[in-house]
Write a protein that binds this ligand. Structure first.
Ligand code: 13P
Length: 256
């Protein structure tokens, strides 16, 4: 069985002091709501500059919240100005790394091959990649969203073993639903998440595919999360805007 995962992608929001305040509020709110962490795993994905402070707070106080990074270098380190290596993130105690977010694919021209290299570095450093895929509006309107997304899955996971695929996380985020308030219907989310799991089964076997967690992302809120989570192939959510408000994100975590 797959433990639901609720990951809050803060994007380029909150400095390290604001990060500490939000994580404290989140921990307090989850405890106030008597959140059962066995029923959904809660993870925050702050900007790089916040990670040391978040580590000190979460690990120091043993808070039941995981944390990770929004991106990673495809290189091991060295003369790559501005890049953050997987080893640096692992040393900070990160469990997760988001790779191939649509904002990076779009604004930084990240290809499936680069996403594949970043996911491989994440795995090699002992962390779990959250590999993002999903189509834009034009592809959706052309009715090609499944084929488009599956091609991204193929390219982003190329060369991985069944064991690696079983342990990683895929986030299906249709670009037209990100930050727009236009959430995909639960049926839309299920259609593509099921197709992704089907493709994983074809390539790596159903035993691996049954273990891979597949998240939906795009305008998820406390008010719409339960209907999405009711779908059999949706194992959690990658949350943007709503993860910046402790009460709202705690409400998403407590979808059950
Ligand atoms: P919103 O939840 O703000 O739509 O963002 C989704 C997203 O891109 C998470 O990675």
């Amino acid at each position: 069985t797959r433990t639901p995962l609720m990951a809050g992608n803060w994007k380029s929001n909150l400095n390290h002091q604001e990060a500490v305040v939000l994580v404290q509020k989140l921990a307090w709110t989850l405890s106030d709501k008597k959140h059962d962490h066995a029923r959904s795993e809660v993870v925050v994905i702050p900007p790089f500059t916040d990670l040391r402070s978040v580590q000190t707070l979460i690990d120091g106080d043993k808070l039941p919240i995981g944390y990770g990074a929004q991106d990673v270098s495809a290189h091991d380190g060295g003369a790559y100005t501005g890049e953050i290596s997987a080893a640096m993130l692992a040393k900070l105690g990160c469990s997760y790394v988001v790779v191939g977010h649509s904002e990076r694919r779009e604004y930084h021209a990240e290809s499936d091959q680069l996403v594949n290299e970043k996911a491989a570095k994440t795995l090699a450093a002992g962390m779990t990649p959250i590999v993002c895929v999903g189509e834009g509006l034009e592809v959706r309107q052309a009715g090609e969203h499944v084929a488009y997304t599956l091609a991204q899955v193929d390219g982003s996971l190329a060369g991985f073993t069944a064991e690696q695929v079983a342990g990683l996380v895929i986030a299906y985020e249709p670009v037209w639903a990100i930050g727009t308030g236009e959430v995909a219907t639960p049926e839309d989310a299920q259609e593509v998440c099921a197709a992704i799991r089907g493709r994983l089964g074809e390539t790596w076997g159903t035993e691996a595919a049954d273990q891979t967690r597949i998240l939906y992302g795009g305008s998820v809120k406390a008010a719409n999360v339960a209907a999405i989570m009711a779908k059999p192939d949706v194992d959690g959510a990658l949350v943007g805007g709503a993860s910046l408000v402790a009460e709202e994100f705690a409400g998403i975590a407590r979808f059950y």
